[in-house]
Design a protein around this ligand. Structure first.
Ligand SMILES: [Zn+2]
Ligand SMILES: [Zn+2]
Length: 670
């Protein structure tokens, strides 16, 4: 009998450090990739994850610190490959990707001590109905179901392009049911705002005997970790979660559904700037499983992929409820119709009519607070944030000014801080102001305001649904929170106010976003058997966007936008990356970016355009001055080549002052 003498091993460990490298430690035997360990780094005990094989190194093992502790947790293989892909694709430090992706509990430098007694399985608050109560599929739904069911064991990316109210969720439920029958698990990604009590209830009703786990940003660290474990050990059959859930490990994943795939909240806009939909597609291709992208207004990126032959497309053209038709969308031309406190007589009359008929109206204005600006009549002072180059929003309800970018809050100054004048005025309209105006017009109406300030918790949504179901609300006033996924059967009028700002914006995605929002918000109307009406107040009724909208011609608008993007050399016809930097002084940030731009020019990749450095649109954010370089490329590969060559050079080029920078691939923030 021989004993194998264990030999000291050099182990690479990824740490939560913004550097593009791993760190070497010593241990008496090899450790598996993804193993959670405790090490010392800069005199502190920190947690790390074993990453990569032993690299040829000049260190002598004698100079290396030991691994202090080896924890039992280990990152699952399919997540390891996702993390690797993320680090390469987004050019982000590997440690940063790992620490973004994992549940908080695994990042703590101590043993995990979580008993899996309670999980964040959906609590059964009411008696569960049996699973055969779901309505029969329509012919359209059935045909799509039959086709996708043929591809359950292969990569099959498909867009389900269905008008609002066409029953996309019903189709998901049937497909999920089919996948569960084969003993496989399902990941459903939803925008946070769409995870409504109604949606959950439909899942609970359909899958009353299954383990459904919810992973949102509201989940406690413990709940999130338990959900993570339940998916990893195969106990959870369905995971419904927001963006971050795309990093959930699965024992046997069989299907990914991305609901409202166009939603911009799938893109993370800080730290690791990943896009959860894109990662979901990558995971599906790695696992050879179908992935479904559902939307009434699919993103241009996804439709472009369909046109390129990479994705499949299925259409749902009709509303699922018998006799329900798409609402009639009408434009109220503000050049002809005078407004009284922002409302035209057409709108006031339509609301009056709904009150008489005891039907629900909804007023959409995509700005919360009372007014976006408080200003001085005498000297022109405006309420700017001291930490950001933005204005602070006047909130009448709390009697304060609040920056919606950094959260900085101030009491309303009793007089102008600049000239001491008493005459401060609120400019522009927000939800609070519109609510107040409608109260004046209809003093007897029961009005409810829905925005981030009033309706941010699950219980507030539940209260709202109860009130609506009991016919205790006549008029809803709210932001885009109202637009998502809700099904109010008695809602027959939708009014859109101040919608024009998205028409002419510096952000090339603004018109796509506006069209999507208006389609979604209009789609709330007339979902039951009562006909819906939509009134949009605009100064530009002739604009193409509105013309496509009133004819419910979303495919037409998308083709129009795609052509525009093609002609203007914009994504998805061209690939974008943004090199962003921030620091205390804009001059130094610009100075740094100019030298980075020079480096990029020197690397000189053919087909890649490097634009001059410019300050960001919101130049100061949370006390940091920000600027950026836009990089464009016809080929994605070329873009990656540039950054692969740039990164080592950047590491050597240490700025003289404190500058942080990040690469943003496929940026959404312009
Ligand atoms: Zn003043
Ligand atoms: Zn601010």
């Amino acid at each position: 009998m021989t004993t194998i003498q264990s030999k000291p091993q050099i182990i690479s460990v990824a740490l939560d450090i913004p550097l593009y490298q791993t760190f070497s430690y010593i241990h008496d035997k090899p450790l598996a990739n993804g193993q959670r360990v405790l090490v010392e780094f800069q005199h502190k005990k920190v947690v790390g994850f074993v990453w990569g094989e032993d690299k040829p190194t000049t260190y002598s093992p004698a100079n290396l610190k030991p691994i202090l502790e080896v924890y039992p947790e280990i990152i699952f293989d399919d997540i390891i490959s996702l993390i690797k892909f993320c680090a390469t694709y987004y050019h982000y430090p590997i440690g940063g990707v790992i620490f973004n992706a994992l549940p908080k509990i695994l990042k703590q430098a101590k043993p995990v001590n979580v008993s899996p007694a309670k999980s964040n399985q959906v609590p059964s608050s009411s008696p569960r109905m049996t699973s055969n109560t779901s309505p029969k599929m329509t012919g359209e739904q059935q045909a799509i179901f039959d086709d996708i069911s043929k591809y359950l064991t292969q990569f099959h990316p498909s867009i389900i392009y269905g008008v609002t109210g066409s029953g996309k969720t019903q189709l998901y439920l049937q497909l999920i049911n089919e996948v569960l029958k084969h003993g496989r698990q399902v990941l459903v990604l939803v925008p946070e705002i769409n995870l409504t009590p109604q949606m959950l209830e439909r899942f609970q009703t359909k899958f009353s005997d299954k383990n459904i786990t919810i992973l949102t940003s509201h989940a406690t660290p413990r709940a999130r970790y338990l959900g993570y474990l339940a998916a990893q050990n195969g106990h959870a059959q369905i995971i419904i979660g927001t963006r971050l859930s795309v990093f959930t490990p699965f024992a046997n994943l069989g299907l990914i559904v991305v609901d409202e795939e166009h939603d911009q909240s799938f893109k993370q806009n800080d730290n690791l700037r990943y896009h959860a939909r894109d990662l979901a597609i990558w995971r599906a291709s790695q696992n050879s499983i179908p992935v479904i992208l559902g939307s009434a207004t699919p993103s241009l990126e996804s439709l472009f992929n369909y046109k390129q032959g990479r994705y499949h497309l299925y259409r749902l053209n009709n509303r699922a409820v018998a006799n329900a038709s798409l609402p009639k969308i009408e434009l109220v031309d503000l050049n002809f119709h005078k407004t009284n406190h922002g409302l035209t007589q057409v709108v006031i009359d339509a609301m009056k009519e709904r009150l008489t008929r005891k039907e629900l109206s909804m007023v959409f204005i995509n700005r919360r607070g009372y007014s976006p600006i408080l200003s001085c009549n005498e000297c022109g002072w405006v309420s700017t944030c001291k930490q950001c180059s933005t204005t602070m929003v006047y909130h009448k309800v709390n009697h304060n000014l609040k920056c919606h970018h950094c959260g900085y809050t101030l009491f309303i100054p009793p007089k102008c801080p600049s000239c001491s004048s008493q005459y401060l005025q609120a400019l522009g309209d927000g939800t609070q102001k519109i609510e107040a105006i409608i109260e004046e017009f209809f003093p007897d109406a029961r009005i409810e305001r829905i925005d981030q300030d009033t309706t941010n918790t699950k219980s507030s949504w539940n209260d709202l649904y109860t009130k609506i179901n009991n016919n205790e609300i006549d008029i809803l006033v709210g932001t885009q929170m109202l637009a998502k996924g809700h099904d109010f059967h008695n809602l027959t009028l939708v009014v859109g106010l101040n919608i024009d700002s998205g028409l002419y914006s510096y952000d090339f995605r603004a018109s796509e976003l506006l069209f999507t929002q208006l389609t979604q918000v209009a789609g709330r109307s007339g979902r039951g058997d009562k006909k819906g009406q939509v009134l949009l107040q605009t100064k530009y009724p002739g604009h193409e966007l509105y013309q496509y909208l009133i004819t419910n011609d979303s495919p037409g608008f998308i083709n129009y936008l795609l052509l525009q993007r093609k002609n203007l050399h914009l994504p998805p016809y061209i690939h974008y990356a943004m090199f962003r930097a921030s620091g205390r002084e804009i001059a130094k940030v610009m100075d740094y970016l100019q030298s980075v731009a020079k480096l990029m020019q020197k690397i000189a990749i053919k087909g890649v355009t490097i634009n001059p450095a410019v300050p960001s649109v919101i130049q100061r954010l949370k006390n940091k001055e920000r600027a950026q370089i836009l990089i464009q490329s016809l080929e994605r590969q070329q873009l990656h080549m540039l950054f692969d060559k740039l990164l080592p050079l950047l590491q050597q080029m240490k700025p003289k002052y404190s500058i942080t920078w990040i690469i943003d691939i496929d940026p959404y923030e312009v």
